[in-house]
Design a protein around this ligand. Sequence first.
Ligand code: F6P
Length: 548
Amino acid sequence: MTKPQINRELRHQLPSWQHLRYAEVPRWQALHLREVWGDATQAAQRVHDLTRCHDGLRLDFSKQRIDPQTLSHLLSLAEEVQLPEAIAGLMRGDRVNLTEDRAALHTALRLPKSAELVVEGEDVVAQVHSSLARVRGMVQRIHERQWRGVTGEAMTDVVCIGVGGSDLGPYLVTNALAEFAPPMAQALRIHFVSSIDGTQIADLLNTLRQDSTLLVIASKSFTTLDTLSNAETALTWMQSRLKQRERILQHHVVGISAKPEKMTAYGIPEANQIRLWDWVGGRFSLWSGIGFPIALKLGMAGFEQLLAGAHAMDEHFRTAPLADNLPVIMGLLMAWNSTFLGINGQAILPYDARLKLFPSYLTQLEMESNGKSVDRYGDPVPYDTCPILWGEVGSNAQHAFYQLLHQGTQPVACDFIAPIRRYQRADESGLALQHQHELSLANCFAQARVLMLGDDTGVAHRYYHGNQPSSTLLMDVLTPYRLGQLIALYEHKVFVASVIWDINPFDQWGVELGKQLASSTHAAMTQRQPDLSAFDASTQALLEAVRS
Ligand code: F6P
């Protein structure tokens, strides 16, 4: 691969980088967040300077270890690394995924039908909308009870089998937005199964009836062992009652993959196949046919709202000036905290249990994308990249790991995320959910405040050191459109950070070796490969323990 000029190994030698490293960092190392507020006028100005509002979202990053001066140097860095050009290249379909030599066109998946995007001679918008039309047709048949099983029954349960990007996105969205299910979808139960060990699928199948169960096998590569082994177990269960595998595959199975030939070889009829493309990264794929369970849950109109929210965020990302651009600010903050300030923990704290799966969704999106230590051309980067990211519904986490945030030894940056109002369904009108939601918000604001300011009563074990930076991201209300915006916001934030770090966020070579070694390890475990000498002593002993 040719190594182009564009500042490849020079990231840390760029003027803004140098200035941040040698002038801004020492300034912040000497400052506590409680010292940055000044008098009431200065404090109000700080909030004003470090808050951005856009289309129902409000990002307050005034509790970060940053001020307008530092921000302006970060924005200069964004210019120096040619972030605007990188954004344009991403969206027009450049082969930004260098190691796999392909585009990363998740933004094309939410383009409206009227848009135009021709990439390397292919009309991408037409492909996307023809796949959406197929999804629409299938969803309609299932909702209208026209999709019938082998014994003539309509479907009551859908078992979605996938893992990673073929699982986490649809799992997150169907969970978060369950209350938006239209009447036709409410009778349909949607389940998700991912883990290879079989416990999840066995527990689930015990509660279902074959006659009215649809299996959705989602795998971009259609080779992932986790998914294929769960699919086999589910098919065996189907066959135990409905007998003929071929008829089961016709009436009870939908396949979603970028490899139609593999679905066909598996026996899934073409009419039951939903296609995606190589240029859709797994962890960016919920907007494609992988989102079929979302369309089943929310109806096509709800899925389209989700896509519209994401598209609106794409437009904001593409057109807003860097200084007002939410994903840009969030990406710069991540790089500032991790690379410059040495804060290598990032907690994701939604104060709304409907977003409980958002932290695990983000662990894949962020860490599989930016958990890298070589730049786009394979040279080691001499700085820290993606922090360790984890999270939980904030109010629950307060009773679990917040102790470490308040009094531990690790600096951790936090993202607090919450809707301002609780959308209340008509059938919930008797419940005081808005009141409970306000309690949750009060906890959110109180925690962010203590994490920033700390507290000193003079008693050592009651000392809160504070100075933990955080952003608070509020939305007016959680809807399909807002969730689309929110997820796209984080997708783009990940991209921004990757450009600052000069790494390719769209490959994941780090997960390959373990997968390959698992098959030789399995052969040794089951005695198909009796000789254990190729293994290290620890693994040999573990294998012996299993064998015996
Ligand atoms: O092992 C990681 C991974 O490759 C993810 O990147 C991907 O989302 C997941 O496995 C599932 O892959 P597939 O959709 O091909 O089954």
